[in-house]
Design a protein around this ligand. Structure first.
Ligand SMILES: [Ca+2]
Ligand SMILES: [Ca+2]
Length: 289
Protein backbone atom coordinates (compact mmCIF):
# COMPACT_ATOMS: atom_id res chain seq x y z
CA UNK A 1 0.00 0.00 0.00
CA UNK A 2 2.75 2.31 0.99
CA UNK A 3 4.70 1.25 -2.03
CA UNK A 4 1.74 1.92 -4.29
CA UNK A 5 1.13 5.14 -2.51
CA UNK A 6 4.78 6.10 -2.85
CA UNK A 7 4.72 5.01 -6.47
CA UNK A 8 1.63 7.08 -7.10
CA UNK A 9 3.12 10.00 -5.30
CA UNK A 10 6.37 9.66 -7.25
CA UNK A 11 4.33 9.57 -10.43
CA UNK A 12 2.39 12.68 -9.44
CA UNK A 13 5.64 14.43 -8.64
CA UNK A 14 7.02 13.55 -12.03
CA UNK A 15 3.75 14.59 -13.67
CA UNK A 16 3.81 17.87 -11.76
CA UNK A 17 7.36 18.56 -12.81
CA UNK A 18 6.46 17.74 -16.41
CA UNK A 19 3.39 19.97 -16.21
CA UNK A 20 5.43 22.74 -14.62
CA UNK A 21 8.03 22.41 -17.36
CA UNK A 22 5.31 22.65 -19.99
CA UNK A 23 3.83 25.70 -18.28
CA UNK A 24 7.32 27.22 -18.09
CA UNK A 25 7.87 26.57 -21.78
CA UNK A 26 4.49 28.13 -22.53
CA UNK A 27 5.40 31.14 -20.40
CA UNK A 28 8.73 31.62 -22.16
CA UNK A 29 7.03 31.35 -25.54
CA UNK A 30 4.35 33.75 -24.46
CA UNK A 31 7.02 36.11 -23.10
CA UNK A 32 8.80 36.03 -26.46
CA UNK A 33 5.53 36.67 -28.28
CA UNK A 34 4.75 39.56 -26.01
CA UNK A 35 8.19 40.99 -26.78
CA UNK A 36 7.16 41.14 -30.37
CA UNK A 37 3.74 42.66 -29.92
CA UNK A 38 3.54 44.90 -26.88
CA UNK A 39 4.84 48.40 -27.40
CA UNK A 40 7.23 49.51 -24.70
CA UNK A 41 8.30 45.96 -23.82
CA UNK A 42 12.07 45.60 -23.39
CA UNK A 43 14.09 42.51 -24.20
CA UNK A 44 17.67 41.43 -24.83
CA UNK A 45 18.55 38.57 -27.19
CA UNK A 46 21.90 37.81 -25.50
CA UNK A 47 23.89 39.16 -22.53
CA UNK A 48 26.16 41.24 -24.81
CA UNK A 49 23.27 42.38 -27.04
CA UNK A 50 21.69 45.83 -26.86
CA UNK A 51 18.48 46.19 -24.85
CA UNK A 52 15.66 46.52 -27.38
CA UNK A 53 12.31 48.28 -27.00
CA UNK A 54 9.22 47.22 -28.97
CA UNK A 55 7.75 50.08 -31.00
CA UNK A 56 4.05 50.74 -31.53
CA UNK A 57 2.52 50.51 -35.01
CA UNK A 58 1.71 54.15 -35.46
CA UNK A 59 1.53 56.86 -38.12
CA UNK A 60 3.51 60.08 -37.73
CA UNK A 61 4.47 63.14 -39.74
CA UNK A 62 8.00 62.85 -41.09
CA UNK A 63 9.91 66.05 -41.89
CA UNK A 64 9.29 69.50 -40.49
CA UNK A 65 6.67 72.19 -41.12
CA UNK A 66 7.74 75.46 -42.80
CA UNK A 67 7.21 77.17 -39.45
CA UNK A 68 9.86 75.10 -37.60
CA UNK A 69 12.79 77.26 -36.50
CA UNK A 70 16.03 76.42 -38.29
CA UNK A 71 14.46 73.93 -40.66
CA UNK A 72 16.05 73.17 -44.05
CA UNK A 73 14.15 72.78 -47.28
CA UNK A 74 15.28 69.13 -47.50
CA UNK A 75 13.08 68.36 -44.48
CA UNK A 76 9.97 68.83 -46.59
CA UNK A 77 7.41 68.25 -47.77
CA UNK A 78 6.13 66.54 -44.66
CA UNK A 79 4.95 63.00 -45.25
CA UNK A 80 2.64 60.71 -43.36
CA UNK A 81 4.60 57.54 -42.55
CA UNK A 82 3.36 54.40 -40.80
CA UNK A 83 5.79 52.31 -38.75
CA UNK A 84 5.81 48.65 -39.80
CA UNK A 85 4.69 46.00 -37.29
CA UNK A 86 7.35 44.01 -35.44
CA UNK A 87 9.88 46.82 -35.08
CA UNK A 88 12.13 47.10 -32.04
CA UNK A 89 14.78 49.78 -31.55
CA UNK A 90 17.79 49.72 -29.24
CA UNK A 91 17.13 51.68 -26.09
CA UNK A 92 20.53 53.34 -26.34
CA UNK A 93 23.20 54.15 -28.88
CA UNK A 94 25.42 51.06 -29.31
CA UNK A 95 28.07 51.24 -26.59
CA UNK A 96 31.80 50.54 -26.61
CA UNK A 97 31.15 47.47 -24.41
CA UNK A 98 28.74 46.10 -27.01
CA UNK A 99 31.05 46.97 -29.87
CA UNK A 100 34.07 45.41 -28.15
CA UNK A 101 32.07 42.18 -27.66
CA UNK A 102 31.58 42.08 -31.43
CA UNK A 103 35.33 42.57 -31.96
CA UNK A 104 36.18 39.86 -29.40
CA UNK A 105 33.80 37.47 -31.15
CA UNK A 106 35.35 38.16 -34.56
CA UNK A 107 32.24 39.88 -35.97
CA UNK A 108 33.72 43.38 -36.12
CA UNK A 109 37.20 44.21 -37.40
CA UNK A 110 37.49 47.90 -36.57
CA UNK A 111 38.81 48.74 -33.11
CA UNK A 112 37.75 52.36 -32.76
CA UNK A 113 39.71 54.81 -30.66
CA UNK A 114 37.74 56.13 -27.67
CA UNK A 115 39.58 59.46 -27.84
CA UNK A 116 40.69 58.96 -24.24
CA UNK A 117 37.09 59.23 -23.01
CA UNK A 118 36.76 55.62 -21.88
CA UNK A 119 34.80 52.67 -23.25
CA UNK A 120 32.15 50.66 -21.34
CA UNK A 121 28.78 52.42 -21.47
CA UNK A 122 29.89 55.36 -23.56
CA UNK A 123 28.53 55.25 -27.11
CA UNK A 124 30.92 53.74 -29.62
CA UNK A 125 32.46 56.48 -31.79
CA UNK A 126 34.72 56.62 -34.82
CA UNK A 127 32.75 53.99 -36.73
CA UNK A 128 31.95 54.00 -40.44
CA UNK A 129 28.54 53.15 -41.90
CA UNK A 130 30.18 49.91 -43.06
CA UNK A 131 31.22 49.16 -39.47
CA UNK A 132 27.64 49.68 -38.30
CA UNK A 133 26.50 47.22 -40.98
CA UNK A 134 29.07 44.66 -39.79
CA UNK A 135 27.81 44.99 -36.22
CA UNK A 136 24.18 44.45 -37.25
CA UNK A 137 25.20 41.43 -39.34
CA UNK A 138 27.08 39.96 -36.37
CA UNK A 139 24.08 40.47 -34.07
CA UNK A 140 21.81 38.80 -36.63
CA UNK A 141 24.12 35.79 -36.97
CA UNK A 142 24.58 35.50 -33.21
CA UNK A 143 20.87 35.72 -32.34
CA UNK A 144 19.27 34.35 -35.53
CA UNK A 145 17.12 37.49 -35.55
CA UNK A 146 16.92 40.23 -38.14
CA UNK A 147 19.06 43.09 -36.84
CA UNK A 148 19.82 46.06 -39.07
CA UNK A 149 20.29 49.83 -39.05
CA UNK A 150 17.20 51.96 -38.58
CA UNK A 151 15.64 53.58 -41.60
CA UNK A 152 15.57 57.38 -41.52
CA UNK A 153 11.79 57.22 -41.00
CA UNK A 154 12.12 54.85 -38.04
CA UNK A 155 14.87 56.97 -36.53
CA UNK A 156 12.83 60.16 -36.86
CA UNK A 157 9.75 58.48 -35.36
CA UNK A 158 11.94 57.38 -32.43
CA UNK A 159 13.52 60.82 -31.99
CA UNK A 160 10.14 62.54 -31.91
CA UNK A 161 8.94 60.03 -29.31
CA UNK A 162 6.15 59.09 -31.71
CA UNK A 163 4.75 62.64 -31.63
CA UNK A 164 5.04 65.66 -33.87
CA UNK A 165 7.09 68.08 -31.80
CA UNK A 166 10.48 69.44 -32.86
CA UNK A 167 12.17 67.46 -30.09
CA UNK A 168 10.54 64.58 -28.21
CA UNK A 169 10.29 66.82 -25.13
CA UNK A 170 8.89 69.92 -26.85
CA UNK A 171 9.60 72.82 -29.17
CA UNK A 172 12.80 74.14 -27.58
CA UNK A 173 16.20 72.43 -27.23
CA UNK A 174 17.04 71.57 -23.64
CA UNK A 175 20.26 70.49 -21.95
CA UNK A 176 18.05 68.66 -19.44
CA UNK A 177 17.20 66.18 -22.20
CA UNK A 178 20.32 65.88 -24.36
CA UNK A 179 24.09 66.26 -24.54
CA UNK A 180 24.77 68.83 -27.23
CA UNK A 181 26.71 71.99 -27.95
CA UNK A 182 26.42 75.74 -28.09
CA UNK A 183 23.50 77.74 -29.44
CA UNK A 184 25.14 79.09 -32.56
CA UNK A 185 28.18 77.21 -33.71
CA UNK A 186 30.63 74.73 -32.55
CA UNK A 187 31.97 72.84 -29.61
CA UNK A 188 30.31 71.50 -26.50
CA UNK A 189 28.49 73.13 -23.66
CA UNK A 190 27.51 72.27 -20.10
CA UNK A 191 24.08 73.34 -18.86
CA UNK A 192 21.29 71.87 -16.74
CA UNK A 193 21.50 68.09 -16.55
CA UNK A 194 24.09 68.12 -19.37
CA UNK A 195 27.43 67.83 -17.51
CA UNK A 196 29.52 66.80 -20.53
CA UNK A 197 31.73 69.36 -22.24
CA UNK A 198 33.11 68.30 -25.63
CA UNK A 199 32.76 64.63 -24.75
CA UNK A 200 30.12 61.91 -25.03
CA UNK A 201 27.90 61.15 -22.03
CA UNK A 202 27.45 57.53 -20.90
CA UNK A 203 24.31 56.30 -22.68
CA UNK A 204 21.08 56.75 -20.75
CA UNK A 205 22.32 59.77 -18.77
CA UNK A 206 19.19 61.68 -19.78
CA UNK A 207 15.52 60.73 -19.31
CA UNK A 208 13.91 58.28 -21.75
CA UNK A 209 11.43 59.70 -24.23
CA UNK A 210 7.78 58.67 -24.66
CA UNK A 211 8.84 55.47 -26.45
CA UNK A 212 11.31 54.44 -23.74
CA UNK A 213 14.38 55.40 -25.81
CA UNK A 214 17.39 57.53 -24.84
CA UNK A 215 19.78 59.94 -26.54
CA UNK A 216 18.32 60.07 -30.07
CA UNK A 217 19.00 63.81 -30.02
CA UNK A 218 22.64 64.65 -29.33
CA UNK A 219 25.50 62.64 -27.80
CA UNK A 220 26.56 61.00 -31.11
CA UNK A 221 25.26 61.26 -34.65
CA UNK A 222 23.60 58.01 -35.69
CA UNK A 223 24.05 56.34 -39.06
CA UNK A 224 20.81 55.15 -40.68
CA UNK A 225 20.32 52.92 -43.69
CA UNK A 226 19.04 55.48 -46.20
CA UNK A 227 20.87 57.01 -49.14
CA UNK A 228 20.79 60.78 -49.41
CA UNK A 229 17.94 62.54 -51.21
CA UNK A 230 17.24 66.25 -51.44
CA UNK A 231 13.69 66.13 -50.08
CA UNK A 232 10.88 63.91 -48.86
CA UNK A 233 9.10 64.32 -52.20
CA UNK A 234 7.88 60.94 -53.41
CA UNK A 235 8.68 59.15 -50.18
CA UNK A 236 6.55 56.01 -49.77
CA UNK A 237 4.09 55.89 -46.86
CA UNK A 238 5.80 52.89 -45.27
CA UNK A 239 8.78 53.24 -42.95
CA UNK A 240 11.32 51.32 -45.09
CA UNK A 241 14.71 52.87 -45.83
CA UNK A 242 14.80 55.00 -48.97
CA UNK A 243 17.66 53.87 -51.18
CA UNK A 244 16.70 55.47 -54.50
CA UNK A 245 18.84 58.57 -53.92
CA UNK A 246 22.59 59.19 -53.87
CA UNK A 247 24.10 56.12 -52.19
CA UNK A 248 27.56 57.71 -52.17
CA UNK A 249 26.17 59.46 -49.12
CA UNK A 250 24.38 57.81 -46.22
CA UNK A 251 22.11 59.74 -43.89
CA UNK A 252 23.02 60.59 -40.31
CA UNK A 253 20.59 61.87 -37.73
CA UNK A 254 20.46 63.50 -34.33
CA UNK A 255 23.54 65.67 -33.99
CA UNK A 256 26.18 65.14 -31.32
CA UNK A 257 27.82 66.51 -28.18
CA UNK A 258 29.21 69.28 -30.44
CA UNK A 259 26.05 70.22 -32.35
CA UNK A 260 23.99 73.35 -32.15
CA UNK A 261 20.30 72.90 -31.24
CA UNK A 262 18.99 73.05 -34.81
CA UNK A 263 20.94 69.88 -35.66
CA UNK A 264 19.54 67.75 -32.86
CA UNK A 265 15.93 68.24 -34.08
CA UNK A 266 14.15 65.03 -35.10
CA UNK A 267 13.67 66.22 -38.67
CA UNK A 268 17.24 67.44 -39.27
CA UNK A 269 19.11 65.51 -41.95
CA UNK A 270 22.77 65.29 -42.79
CA UNK A 271 24.72 62.84 -44.93
CA UNK A 272 28.31 61.63 -45.16
CA UNK A 273 30.25 59.12 -47.25
CA UNK A 274 29.79 55.65 -45.74
CA UNK A 275 33.52 55.38 -45.00
CA UNK A 276 33.51 58.57 -42.91
CA UNK A 277 34.12 58.33 -39.17
CA UNK A 278 35.04 60.50 -36.21
CA UNK A 279 34.43 61.33 -32.58
CA UNK A 280 30.90 62.58 -33.25
CA UNK A 281 29.67 59.48 -35.11
CA UNK A 282 27.98 56.36 -33.74
CA UNK A 283 24.74 54.43 -34.39
CA UNK A 284 21.98 52.33 -32.89
CA UNK A 285 20.25 49.21 -34.21
CA UNK A 286 16.75 48.00 -34.99
CA UNK A 287 15.30 44.49 -35.02
CA UNK A 288 12.60 43.57 -37.49
CA UNK A 289 10.51 40.43 -37.14
CA1 LIG B 1 27.27 68.91 -23.40
CA1 LIG C 1 22.26 60.31 -30.59
Amino acid sequence: MNLVSTGYSAYTSFASILAAALVLTACVTSEQNRDLTEAGQEFQDCPDCPIMVVMPVQTFRMGSPDSEEGRSKNEGPQQSVTISPGLSISKHEVTFAQWDACVADGGCETVPDDNGWGRGDRPVIDVMWYDAQAYAAWLSAKTQKNYRLLSEAEWEFAAKGGGDKTYSWGAVASHDHANYGTDDCCGGRIAGRDRWLEITAPVGSFPANQLGLHDLSGNVWEWVEDCWDESHEGRPADSAARVDGDCNLRIMKGGSWASMPVRIRGAFRDAFPPNDHGTIIGFRVARAD
